[in-house]
Design a protein around this ligand. Structure first.
Ligand SMILES: *Cc1c(COP(=O)(O)O)cnc(C)c1O
Length: 458
């Protein structure tokens, strides 16, 4: 059905409660209606083209319009659109995907538990690690430690694991048995230290917390290799190996939330490979299907899988759509395409280093306090006085000012506070990165011009 943009916006405001949205604010402005996409570009209902430097919501790793994924979904819907994996049944796509995931993930992973999303995957993590310690006769090991400004989803357990204060303020969160330590954000917490020194200091906050709670009560530590929604916070190289050492020392399970970092984003298949640690569990979603259909899950390392399997008894947990055949068929096609197009190598050897060079060159810009990348994730910290590391006043919402320019200029770049972040589709070419950088520079310049005109720099 064809409607004009105002007609879409009116119907949207009348009936659609959007996620993470101030409903009145949106109704006043009207939603941006996206109607089609191809490659790394989106088009809105007015026919404007946008370069989607956020891969939808960090998920469209293979880019839009990949026919192989469409064909896989069509074939599977025709043959068997749904059957469940409860009651000792299975479907070929779920089995084949489990097999392929065991192949592309690090060697300790031979088993998978499927869910419908990243949030559900992290709910599974909470249930599973507590079950693991129960089965080992240590039921007092209940506490999961996470980090402030982490994002682990929006269900009760996901939002509790996450460290977003705005989310904890609503709905009585966090649930019991979740603790948070400070994030490894060098700009905020690393004054007076080198990055490598800070990485060790930040990791030892975990040890302090384990000792404060009591090692016999800590079940697991969970973290994103690079915090995505928190603003692309890239930890120093020393951080994760030290986290690993601490988890090993106290027998605490290590969980890597790979929902964003997985499937090539950091230049290896998984973020834990880029940062050199060996998780016991890995949550995945987003890039596993490139977002074409919803799918998530948990890779279960042999340490945990053996206990769940061999100690027996029913694990009273699962979802109607655990191992959904259409979602699994699309994931299979997606992972095969990532291999065929050699996208992980493309990020690692070619466009990742190229983006890093381009970001390094932004550092002289009068608004840029930091410009850093990891694989195909990038963050620019906007400061009013980079030389003295002075921030803009919070109420100016400088990130939102910049983001406004981005949309008008045809670029989707997200603002998280004063950090402007990107995570473009892995299929992006060098030529398209040039186009992205021209837009980024133009939007920074327009933001600078606003700041000068309004007197925000003094
Ligand atoms: C998006 C995200 C989630 C939640 O995934 P959903 O599919 O939205 O439930 C969990 N963890 C991380 C790191 C994420 O980025």
């Amino acid at each position: 059905m064809h409607r004009t943009t105002p007609q879409w916006q009116a119907a949207d405001a009348a009936h659609f409660l959007h996620p993470f949205t101030d409903f009145q604010g949106l109704a006043r402005k009207g939603a941006r209606i996206i109607t089609r996409a191809e490659g790394i570009y989106l088009w809105d209902s007015d026919g404007h083209r946008l370069l989607d430097a956020m891969s939808g919501l960090w998920c469209v790793n293979v880019g839009y319009g990949q026919q192989a994924l469409v064909d896989a979904a069509t074939r599977q819907m025709q043959q068997l659109p749904f059957y469940n994996a409860f009651f000792q049944t299975a479907t070929p796509p779920a089995i084949e995907l489990a097999e392929l995931l065991a192949e592309v993930t690090p060697p300790q992973f031979q088993h998978v538990f499927f869910a419908g999303s990243g949030s559900e995957g992290n709910d599974t993590v909470v249930r599973m690690v507590r079950r693991y310690w129960d089965l080992l006769g240590q039921p007092e090991r209940q506490v999961l430690i996470s980090r402030r400004n982490a994002y682990h989803g929006s269900t009760m357990a996901g939002a509790s694991l996450g460290g977003m204060s705005g989310m904890h303020a609503q709905g009585g969160l966090p649930i019991p048995g979740i603790a948070h330590i400070e994030q490894p954000y060098f700009h905020a917490h690393g004054q007076g230290l080198t990055a490598d020194e800070f990485g060790l200091v930040a990791a030892r906050w975990l040890e302090d917390e384990i000792l404060a709670i009591g090692p016999g009560k800590v079940a697991a530590f969970i973290g994103e290799p690079v915090q995505g929604a928190g603003g692309v916070i890239i930890p120093p190289a020393t951080y994760w190996p030290e986290i690993q050492r601490i988890c090993d020392k106290y027998g605490v399970l290590l969980v890597s939330d790979e929902v964003i970092c997985g499937f090539g984003r950091t230049g290896r298949w998984f973020g834990c490979e880029t940062f050199g640690f060996r998780p016991d569990l890995m949550t995945f979603a987003k890039g596993v299907t490139s977002g074409y259909v919803p799918l998530g899950g948990v890779m279960v390392g042999e340490r945990v899988a053996r206990v769940l399997i061999e100690r027996g008894g029913e694990f009273n947990h699962g979802y109607t759509y655990s191992g959904h055949p259409v979602a699994c068929a699309v994931a299979l096609a997606n992972l095969k395409l990532i291999r065929e197009l050699r996208l992980v190598e493309h990020v690692h050897d070619d466009v990742g280093p190229y983006l890093a060079e381009q970001y390094a060159a932004l550092r002289g810009h009068p608004l840029v306090g930091d410009a850093e990348t990891c694989g195909l994730m990038g963050a620019i910290l906007l400061l009013k006085d980079p030389a003295h590391r002075r921030p803009f006043a919070e109420e100016l919402e400088i990130g939102m000012v910049c983001r406004g320019h981005c949309f008008r200029e045809g670029l989707v770049m997200r603002a998280v506070g004063d950090r402007m972040i990107v995570a473009p589709p892995l299929v992006i070419t060098r030529g398209q990165i040039d186009e992205l950088m021209a837009l980024v520079r133009r939007c920074l310049d327009l933001t600078l011009a606003d700041a000068q005109r309004q007197g925000w720099l003094s």
